[in-house]
Design a protein around this ligand. Structure first.
Ligand code: AKB
Length: 337
């Protein structure tokens, strides 16, 4: 008999590591993890880890003979800044990788006669506001507002949300019998901040970079203007949202894609909070006009009413709790070691 597992792609990334830790605490599921990189040493032996590529079809053909994949958390992606430097590669990983996994999940759902749950983190990058005036006016965007991404990563995420909805609702719509379809669920994340890992390749990275630099006593030049405002969320809430959406009863879900958020901050407000915790921190501004353009096109806030209504979404950390109870104490401890 094949072993039933939860597959996590991009497992060595920021969200992946936090999600694995949460599953380890629960100790109820076998995890099959995939990443180009090894997992960090503290996670060794906690999962069945495969060092491999989401584009490797042969690898997946082999994995499905050994494992019954019950759920996929498909986290592997090239983030927004990195994708602008390598758009063709980004498209391959972000779109072709997702397509391959959706196809696998669709086939597995049919073979076992039960939907594979497919959890897909999307992003504020799916939005593209035309100018700062509109960004200020339409502060909290709804899922269907301003879906005009200006980045390769944003285009990839928006399209893959739609691919997921296609596989979950319309796959093989011309076949004589309706197949068992996969169960696709997606959250659009704001900028994420972890106390334990530092992001790489994203455009919302200035927030976490500022904080981690200050905690290490390093100077930091913020690459956006002080007034730049986007929504943020701390990693425990990001993981909570993925797990809650995963566990929600299907009949409660009226949408395939849901905004989730905690708080919105300008870069100046973020800097103030960092200075309160690390008073001597040397944080200056050196805006990079191109990355600034991306941040200006992202919304200042997200309207997450649908998630709150359909699956009782609520973040545990508002801005004060996020800094006082999660970020600052854990980051202090991390760099004191
Ligand atoms: C990025 O900056 O690319 C990501 C995101 C907002 O999805 N952090």
């Amino acid at each position: 008999m094949r072993k039933k597992v939860i597959l996590i792609t991009g497992a060595a990334g920021e969200i992946g590591q936090a999600l694995i830790n949460e599953f380890i605490d629960e100790d109820r599921h076998d995890l099959l993890t995939l990443d180009l990189k090894p997992l960090p040493p503290e996670l060794f032996g906690q999962t069945i880890h495969i060092q491999g590529d989401v584009l490797d079809q042969n690898l997946f053909a082999r994995l499905v003979t050994e494992y019954e994949i019950d759920t996929i958390f498909h986290l592997a992606a090239l983030l927004s800044t990195r994708s602008e430097f390598a758009p063709a590669l980004a498209h391959q990983v972000n779109v072709n990788g997702t397509l391959a996994l959706l196809q696998l999940a669709a086939e597995q759902s049919q073979n076992r006669g039960k939907p594979v749950r497919f959890i897909f983190p999307s992003s504020i990058a799916t939005y593209g506001l035309p100018d700062l005036e509109t960004k200020t006016r339409d502060f909290y965007v709804r899922e269907w507002d301003w879906n005009y991404p200006t980045t390769m990563y944003g285009c990839n995420k928006l399209y893959c949300e739609q691919l997921g909805a296609y596989y979950g609702r319309h796959f093989q719509q011309l076949a004589e019998t309706t197949p068992v379809m996969l169960d696709f669920r997606s959250v659009r994340f704001p900028g994420l901040i972890s106390a334990y890992t530092v992001p790489s390749g994203g455009t919302s990275d200035y927030g976490p970079e500022m904080l981690h630099a200050a905690a290490q006593g390093k100077p930091y030049a913020c690459f956006v203007r002080p007034d730049s405002t986007i929504p943020f969320m701390v990693m425990p809430d990001a993981v909570k949202s993925l797990l809650h959406l995963w566990g929600a009863p299907r009949e409660r879900l009226t949408h395939d894609v849901y905004n989730v958020t905690s708080f919105s901050l300008s870069a100046a407000e973020f800097r103030e909070l960092v200075l309160q915790a690390f008073p001597g921190a040397d944080i200056t501004y050196q805006p990079d006009l191109r990355r600034q353009g991306i941040i200006d096109s992202w919304p200042a806030g997200l309207n997450d009413k649908l998630a709150r209504r359909d699956w009782n979404w609520q973040p545990d950390y508002d801005v004060q709790r996020a800094f006082e109870e999660y970020l600052v104490p854990n980051i202090r401890e991390r760099y004191a070691r």
